[in-house]
Design a protein around this ligand. Sequence first.
Ligand SMILES: *[C@@H]1O[C@H](CO)[C@@H](O)[C@H](O)[C@H]1NC(C)=O
Ligand SMILES: *[C@@H]1O[C@H](CO)[C@@H](O)[C@H](O)[C@H]1NC(C)=O
Ligand SMILES: *[C@@H]1O[C@H](CO)[C@@H](O)[C@H](O)[C@H]1NC(C)=O
Ligand SMILES: *[C@@H]1O[C@H](CO)[C@@H](O)[C@H](O)[C@H]1NC(C)=O
Length: 478
Amino acid sequence: MAKAMVLNLLSCMLMVSPSVASTIGVNWGVLSTHPLHPSFVVQMLKDNGIKNVKLFDADSWTVNTLAGTGIEVMLGIPNNQLKRLADKYSRAKDWVKENVTKHLHDGGVDIKYVAVGNEPFLKSYNGSFIKHTFPALQNIQKALDEADLGDKIKVTVPLNADVYESASDKPSDGKFRDDIKDLMTDIVKYLKSINSAFAVNIYPFLSLYQNPNFPKEFAFFDGGGNPVQDKNISYTNVFDANYDTLVWTLKKAGVPDLKIIVGEVGWPTDGDKNANLENAKKFYDGLLKKLASNKGTPLRPGGLDVYLFGLIDEDSKSIAPGNFERHWGIFTYDGKPKFPMDFTGKGNDKLMVPVKGIQYLESQWCVLKENLKDNSLVGQNMDYACSLGDCTSLTKGSSCSQLDERQSTSYAFNMYFQINDQSVEACDFQGLATITKTNASVGNCLFPIQIVSAGHSLNLASTVTSFVAMLLILFMFL
Ligand SMILES: *[C@@H]1O[C@H](CO)[C@@H](O)[C@H](O)[C@H]1NC(C)=O
Ligand SMILES: *[C@@H]1O[C@H](CO)[C@@H](O)[C@H](O)[C@H]1NC(C)=O
Ligand SMILES: *[C@@H]1O[C@H](CO)[C@@H](O)[C@H](O)[C@H]1NC(C)=O
Ligand SMILES: *[C@@H]1O[C@H](CO)[C@@H](O)[C@H](O)[C@H]1NC(C)=O
C-alpha cells in the first residue's frame, strides 16, 4: 500500500515537474567598443550549459555562430526598423527570408521567437514607435506563416514594465497605462491568438534606483521587509508583485492565460551606490533559487521563463537611463565571470567558465603626467576623454569613486586610450598625458587593458590571408 502510494506520488512528480521547470536564458547584447568574438562567446555558452539566448538584432555573423549548437534563439528587430517593416509587407517578407529562413537548414539555428522592437512604448520615446509596432509585429508573423514557420516561430514584443501600472501598488489594481490601453489590449489579444507570449522586462534594481524611499529588502528575494498585502496574498518582493500586476492586467484585458516570458531581469555591478558585486550576487542568488524551486509567483505558480540581463558588460550603451547601464553583465567586458553563481539554484556556488581565447592589447596605460606646471587644461581634457570613453566607474558610490582628482583624470585618459586601441595619438591630451608600463589600477579600481576586438581579429585574419596569398604568388614565380 504505502509503496504504491509512494510510487504514485513519484510518478505524479515526474509527470508534473518537466512541464513546469523554469528556463534560464541570457540576453546577449553587443553595444561594446570591443565586442568579443561570437564564436568565443558561443563556446562559453556551451561550456556553461546555457541553452536559451536572446539577441537584440539578427546580425548574421552572430546568428550563424549559433548554428548546430542546439541553443534556442530569440532574434531581435531594433526599434528603428519598425516603421520600415510596418509600412511594407514585402520588407517583412525579406526580413524573414534573410534573417530566419536562411538559418533553418539542417544543423542550422534553433530560432524560437522574433522580438519585434525593444521596449518600444517606453515613456521616454515620446510615442515615436506607437504607430508602427503592432503592424510590424503582424507583418513579421504573416511572413513567418507564409514561409510555413508560423507554428514553430512566434513574434513577441519585449516591453518595459511601465506599459502597465497600479495606482495603489497592489497587483490587483494593475492595468495597462492609459495612453496605450487600447493598443496593448489589441496586441495581447493578437499574441494570444497566435499562441505566443508576453515578454516583459522586470527590474527591481530600477525600482530602488528611481525611488529613494523604496524599501531595499523588497528588491531582493530574502524577505525581511514589510510585505505588500493584496487581498489574501502577501508579497515579499517586488519581482513577484510586478509579475502579478501583469497577470492581473492580462486578466482584465481578456487574456488571463497568455504565457509570460521575462525578457530581461538582472542587477548591475557598478555606476550607482546600489550597483555592486555584493548586491548583484544577493539578487541573483535569490532569483536563481526561486527559479530552481519552480514556485513561480502567487498568481502563476510553476516554472518561470526568464532571460538574464545581461551576458557581458557593454561599454558603448547609452547612459541616459543611468551610469549603471554599462555594467549589467554577469561577465566582464573581457569575458570573465564577475561572481560565483549557481544556475541550478542549489547554492553550489562556483565561477562560471570564462570566455576562452581572449587576446589583450599590450600591458600599458595612459596617465596624467607628473609635475605638470600648468593644470588649467586638465578639466576640459578629462571631459573630452569621458565624452567618448567610459567613465561611469567614477560615479559616486562606484568602484573608482575613491580616486583623487589626479587619479580620476588618469582613469579617464586611460579609458579613452584603451578604446582607441592604445594608439599613441590617443594618449596626448594637449601634452598632459603619458604612456606607462606600470599598472595604474588603484585598489579596487581597475584600470582595464582593452582586448583585441572581434573586428580586429578579422583584420588580422585578412592581413594573414593576404600575406599567405603573397607567399603563394612568390612561390609560383620560383
Ligand atoms: C536582417 O537583419 C539585419 C540585422 O539586424 C538587418 O541589418 C537587415 O536589414 C535584415 N535584413 C532585411 C532584408 O531586412
Ligand atoms: C522626448 O521629449 C523630450 C522633452 O520634450 C526630449 O527631451 C527628448 O529628447 C524626446 N525624446 C525622443 C526620443 O524623442
Ligand atoms: C486567495 O483567495 C482565492 C479566492 O478566494 C483562492 O482561490 C486562493 O487560493 C487564495 N490564495 C491564498 C494564497 O490563500
Ligand atoms: C593591474 O592591477 C589590477 C589590480 O591589482 C589587476 O586586477 C589587473 O589584472 C592588473 N592588470 C594587468 C594587465 O596586469
